[in-house]
Design a protein around this ligand. Structure first.
Ligand SMILES: Cc1cc2nc3c(=O)[nH]c(=O)nc-3n(C[C@H](O)[C@H](O)[C@H](O)COP(=O)(O)O)c2cc1C
Length: 333
């Protein structure tokens, strides 16, 4: 069920840590590759040797144990398809919510861009602590709330780790949810660059992040993605780098032909300089210079017109709920 998937299991220092040995076996039975990362405190509850044997991989704890050219936290964040932190202590939850990265596990969580599941487990009073609840609300992840019952600390209340089946099922759901599979989506991003002369241009402050986030989301939801962008982007899907509105228009028209959906997130300049000087414009004795601008083509309008000619096909919408599902509850800013 999970073959080809790498699950990063993060274990923190809670009494329920021993239960994660069984969760690892469940993932292994489903053919997943498991990487275990523990906090130092987790090793008070479960041994590295056990986790290593069950996962079939070395267990990582120390952030500065760098073997590769890449720091461990980035290398693990890149390798895994999903991160599952279970049990998640009040301490680790609060650290992640505050952006604190003082060990390998919290550093990975901060760098992780794919879905994250958090399964908290703790004493019921810790669970009800308003500070903990406030921190949990800050995390836009998939939170699997603890269950009520008899707790290891002797209390009775909400705080027991949810069932392993629930964690397993949510992992499968997030890893296999591909509603856009078989669909081709074209996304534009970044601000266009309009030359004035060989060394000067006009542009805008668009970061290109919105289009990139949408492209990553669509890819993870199973779409075949083409990102047309003015930014330098390195991704495993098709990325076409363009500069001006005209270059973007040409790329959109070519790519849009066989696609199911286009999302225009680029900030395309409305105007361009009428005549681009072939040489660097020299400073003159004049206090003012005048540049004449002409209107750029409306890329979206043209693409839509082309689409209307080729009906039917533009029927796909990327729902915010899809974006949320992809990254747990993480929202796009
Ligand atoms: C026996 C024992 C059991 C504990 N169980 C929990 C627990 O279930 N949940 C929790 O949030 N903290 C628990 N703690 C407290 C954490 O271990 C402590 O907050 C620690 O700093 C967590 O570190 P970590 O988040 O880096 O793993 C327990 C501590 C002890 C000594």
């Amino acid at each position: 069920m999970l073959s080809g998937k790498t699950i990063l299991v993060g274990i923190t220092g809670g009494i329920a840590a021993y239960k994660i040995c069984e969760l690892i076996r469940m993932y292994k039975r489903a053919n997943a590759n498991i990487i275990v990362v523990c906090t130092a405190n987790a090793l008070n509850f479960v041994t590295k040797l056990t986790l290593q044997n069950l996962s079939g991989n070395e267990v990582a704890v120390e952030e500065f144990d760098v073997k590769d050219f890449k720091p461990e936290h980035i290398s693990y964040a890149d390798q895994a398809d999903i991160m599952v932190i279970a049990p998640a202590t009040a301490n680790t939850i609060s650290k992640i919510a505050q952006g604190i990265c003082d060990n390998l596990l919290t550093s990975i969580a901060c760098a992780f861009t794919k879905p994250v599941i958090i399964a908290p487990a703790m004493n019921c009073n810790m669970w009800e602590n308003p500070v903990l609840q406030e921190n949990l609300n800050k995390l836009h992840y998939e939170i699997l709330e603890p269950e009520s019952g008899y707790l290891a600390c002797g209390y009775e209340g909400k705080g027991r780790l949810c069932s392993l089946e629930k964690i397993f099922d949510k992992t499968v759901e997030l890893l296999t949810y591909k509603p856009l599979s078989g669909k081709k989506i074209v996304i534009t991003s970044g601000g266009t660059i309009e030359d004035i002369d060989p060394v000067r241009y006009i542009s805008n402050y668009s970061s290109g992040k919105m289009g990139l986030a949408l492209a990553d989301t669509a890819k993870n939801l199973g779409a075949e993605v083409t990102l047309i962008t003015t930014k330098n982007v390195s991704r495993k899907y098709n990325v076409i780098k363009v500069k001006s509105a005209f270059e973007m228009k040409a790329a959109v028209e070519k790519e849009f032909e066989n696609s199911d959906c286009i999302i225009m997130a680029a900030a395309v300049a409305d105007y361009r300089v009428k005549e681009i000087s072939p040489q660097k414009m020299k400073k003159t004795s004049d206090d003012e210079i005048t540049l004449t601008f002409v209107k750029n083509p409306d890329i979206l309008k043209r693409a839509v017109r082309q689409e209307v000619k080729n009906l039917p096909s533009c029927h796909l919408a990327l729902l915010p709920s899809d974006c949320r599902l992809l990254r747990g509850k993480r929202k796009f800013n």
